[in-house]
Ligand binder design. Structure first.
Ligand code: GAF
Length: 391
């Protein structure tokens, strides 16, 4: 029995009726890290690993959720949605709370879910879960919501209920993904375009550091504050020399501005802001590489991204740096970098097909030798965003 079949069987056993089934994927991001909350660009895609959900409406106002992988259950009411002690339940409750700000749901919800996204791997299982819930409610109760508003609702649930001040990238990628394509997303306007990723001859391989340092969420919020502080300084100085109305975020800031107002005056803020300004440009240049079919040039930009994230933005960690270093020195790798918020999780690697086996062996052996830790390696493919499935 595969995972959706097993979830479906558990649903029938628990609720005595057939569920609706859906899949909500995790995401990768090829380049453009920590740019989303700075009004910049990202280049993510939905992947084959994801959350599977068996869902059904209820005629009463109860909520019955089962996290099958954890063998854990939550029961509550639509009329009393408040943070739960079971952390996983908050990703579902946050979505329900957001929906009910706009409209009264006609009934409760039954959910049995499980997943193939390793917990804590930085592949956005939380966004996948949130998207799964809003997609289920939209389908079951005919809420009439389009996909982008659903992704935005998931992000608000994460910001306001779960309390993580994430940008829009993860929820957008999981909801909007299209098989075989990356999404070039302007995180300010939410304009987006799909770009086919020609994967002839190489694979996307994720190397899981299997660490999640506790700094992750506090440092994430600190980076956001540092970027905002940098923008405020640039605005003030630019206002003195003319108009600064157009400077709303680091998206509007240039390297000459940073050189003039921050480099000597505040080296820490300079490094943070310069990383973001350069990463945005790297993404635009990288998209041009992909359009030209130059995957080798794109790979070099991934190394540049890692360098900036590690030394200037300081969101990497020794384990991720080791994974990137092993990859950079392997002849079969086109590009590699840490991915997502940082302080643990996965690196993303573009690996030549013929080198896959040797790459995996090398990573396993050297990561163990250099960190004393075992890695997990996932070869992944780009798939569709959140969607209904059948077993
Ligand atoms: C995490 C966040 F959730 C995203 O919004 C994004 O900021 C990312 O870190 C860094 O690019 O995944």
């Amino acid at each position: 029995m595969n995972l959706p079949e097993s979830l479906s069987a558990q649903f029938v056993q628990r609720f005595g009726e057939q569920p609706t089934l859906l899949k909500s994927p995790g995401r990768v991001n090829l380049i453009g890290e920590h740019t989303d909350y700075n009004g910049g660009f990202v280049l993510p895609a939905a992947i084959d690993k994801g959350i599977y959900m068996a869902v059904g409406p209820r005629s009463d106002r109860q909520l019955h959720f089962t996290a099958a992988d954890l063998n854990s259950t939550y029961t509550g009411s639509l009329d009393q949605v408040k943070p739960a002690s079971k952390g996983w339940a908050n990703y579902l409750l946050g979505v329900i709370e957001q929906v009910q700000r706009d409209q009264q749901l006609p009934g409760g919800l039954n959910v049995v879910f499980g997943g193939t996204i390793p917990i804590g791997s930085g592949l956005s299982s939380s966004a996948a879960l949130e998207n799964g819930v809003i997609f289920a409610l939209n389908h079951l109760y005919k809420l009439g919501m389009e996909r982008v508003p659903m992704a935005l609702l998931s992000q608000r649930a994460e910001n306001q209920f779960v309390g993580v001040q994430c940008g829009i990238m993860d929820q957008f990628a999981s909801m909007m993904g299209r098989a075989g394509n990356v999404i070039k997303l302007d995180c300010r306007s939410l304009e987006y375009a799909y770009a086919p990723l020609n994967m002839t001859g190489f694979r996307i391989v994720l190397c899981d550091s299997r660490v999640k340092h506790s700094l992750a969420s506090s440092e994430y919020n600190t980076r956001r504050e540092e970027c905002e502080a940098g923008v405020a300084i640039i605005r003030t100085n630019e206002a003195d020399s003319g108009s600064s109305d157009h400077i709303r975020s680091l998206r509007d800031v240039t390297m000459p501005m940073l050189d003039t107002y921050l480099r000597d005056q505040n080296p820490l803020l300079y490094r943070r802001c310069a990383y973001v300004v350069q990463e945005n440009q790297r993404l635009l240049d990288g998209v041009a590489d992909l359009e030209a079919g130059d995957i080798a040039a794109f790979g070099q930009r991934m190394y540049g991204s890692h360098e900036g994230l590690s030394h200037w933005y300081e969101v990497s960690c020794p384990e991720l740096d080791v994974l990137e270093d092993i990859a950079r020195n392997h002849p079969g790798v086109l590009g590699a970098r840490m991915m997502g918020g940082g302080f643990g999780g996965c690196t993303i690697n573009l690996v030549r097909e013929e080198a896959l086996a040797d790459f995996e062996d090398t990573i396993r052996q050297q990561y163990l030798a250099r960190t004393g830790k075992e890695t997990l390696i996932y070869s992944t493919v780009i798939e569709d965003g959140t969607h209904l499935i059948e077993v």
